[in-house]
Design a protein around this ligand. Structure first.
Ligand code: FAD
Ligand code: UDP
Length: 379
């Protein structure tokens, strides 16, 4: 294989790399080599049947949701879907209550029977308006006040990020809304559905093309000088690509503790969050809710945040954005290389956003082909 020459070398077989491989091979008829240092395709969305035959997500729960029909239309070429609306409970004050905070959360916690209007007043009375919302603490305090912030957000966020919410950009806790109605869905996106046979099956179909070769268990550094290729698409960590020349970009890691339990059901919903700082895990996921699989046993995963390990989450805070900008400037001045995806653009993106970014990148690559100005911009 090393003797062959490829139009594109793509590093990373997650959503970013796989979507680009598929488009370049199937739409533009390019020869593509897709590599990953892991032993599998799918990146962090990889799922597999464990030893007990239960479909689990190796890197924690991946729930698909989007408002973009064009992304559903694109992925539907490679999978059928099962409808799934995600619901999460939080373990707070010895009870399991809905998160995002909603009418039932408030009524259950405070043993009240408020209407939505009363709940709104309840929150207005507790909220502490913040003039300029900058941090993840500001967002929550401004909406629900300190008591609910302490119960639901401070412990979870401190565990998840190793930082106090006041040290994190507002975008982090802004992902979780507050409601005064009884909508207990985690997401309100128009499309909420899971690949019917799982993510890995979808990736297998996406990459099943004669123009695509795949090499697994191989790091870019090991092959970069031996594989003849034209353009490079890099979806790994951008700081790693540049040998950390400006210093390391912080990423948060996780340990995933997978267990099979000899009973059909473990918890009442797919995910239960544990904001309490006395326990080390942030959440427990039970996969059968996500996959619809029936099985006499059930599989669960504890997520335990870590400072070191695989880079899972870019850490949104001003100094990190600043450092990323320096790498971004370098990336933009690196000819013949395109950086795409959550790690290469240091963005806390969901799967649909990465698919969107990859499809847009493909468009730009194609447009740049015949335009010298655009080629310069792409680089
Ligand atoms: P990745 O999936 O990280 O793929 C990058 C690949 O590049 C990796 O496989 C890596 O091994 C490979 N690589 C890196 N460097 C090299 C190198 N030097 N040589 C060879 N290979 C290399 N999104 C949602 O929409 N819904 C969710 O519910 C959701 N839950 C999540 C839960 C967790 C715990 C995490 C961590 C993420 C979650 N996400 C979720 C986000 C989702 O995982 C990402 O948006 C998506 O997987 C990003 O795809 P990517 O291709 O950019 O990166
Ligand atoms: N969060 C929290 N308590 C919760 C749920 C979320 O404090 O019960 C905060 C936490 O900082 C988390 C962020 O909100 O990292 C975003 O939550 P989300 O569920 O979107 O996290 P992800 O699924 O991306 O890990």
């Amino acid at each position: 294989m090393a003797d062959e020459s490829y139009d594109y070398l793509i590093v990373g077989a997650g959503f970013a790399g796989s979507v680009l491989a598929e488009r370049l091979a199937a739409d533009a008829n390019k020869r593509v080599l897709l590599i990953d240092r892991r032993s599998h395709i799918g990146g962090n969305a990889y799922d597999y049947y464990n030893d007990d035959g239960i479909l689990i997500h190796q890197y924690g729960p991946h729930i698909f949701h989007t408002n973009a029909k064009r992304i559903i239309d694109y992925l539907s070429k490679f999978t059928e879907w099962r409808p799934y609306e995600h619901r999460v409970l939080a373990h707070v004050d010895g009870q399991l209550v809905p998160i995002p905070i909603n009418l039932s959360t408030l009524n259950q916690l405070y043993q009240l029977e408020m209407t939505p209007e009363e709940a709104e007043q309840f929150l207005v009375a507790r909220a502490e308006p913040v003039a300029e919302i900058k941090t993840s603490e500001d967002v929550v305090i401004n909406q629900v006040g300190r008591e609910l912030y302490e119960k639901f957000f401070r412990g979870y966020t401190t565990k998840q990020w190793g930082l106090d919410p006041s040290q994190l950009d507002k975008s982090v806790t802004s992902r979780v809304p507050t409601r005064t109605n009884d909508d207990d869905r985690y997401f309100i996106d128009e499309y909420q559905q899971m690949p019917l046979h799982g993510y890995t099956a979808m990736f297998n179909k996406m990459l099943d093309h004669p123009n695509i070769d795949i090499m697994l268990n191989v790091d870019y550094r090991e092959i970069r000088d031996s594989i003849k290729h034209g353009h490079l698409i890099f979806t790994g960590p951008v700081d790693e690509y540049f040998d950390y020349c400006f210093g390391k970009l912080p990423y948060r890691s996780l340990e995933f503790r997978h267990l099979t339990i000899d009973q059909p059901q473990f918890q009442p919903v797919a995910v239960v969050n544990y904001p309490d700082q006395q326990v080390e895990h942030t959440r427990i996921t039970e996969y059968k809710y996500l996959t619809g699989q029936t099985h006499p046993k059930t599989a669960i995963t504890y997520e335990i945040p870590q400072a070191e390990g695989d880079p899972y989450y870019p850490v949104p805070r001003p100094e990190n954005t600043e450092l990323y900008r320096r790498y971004q400037a370098l990336a933009e001045n690196t000819p013949n290389v395109t950086f795409v995806g959550r790690l290469a653009t240091y963005k806390y993106y969901n799967m649909d956003q990465v698919v969107g970014q990859a499809l847009a990148t493909y468009q730009r690559l194609m447009e740049a082909k015949n335009s010298p100005t655009l080629i310069a911009e792409m680089h």
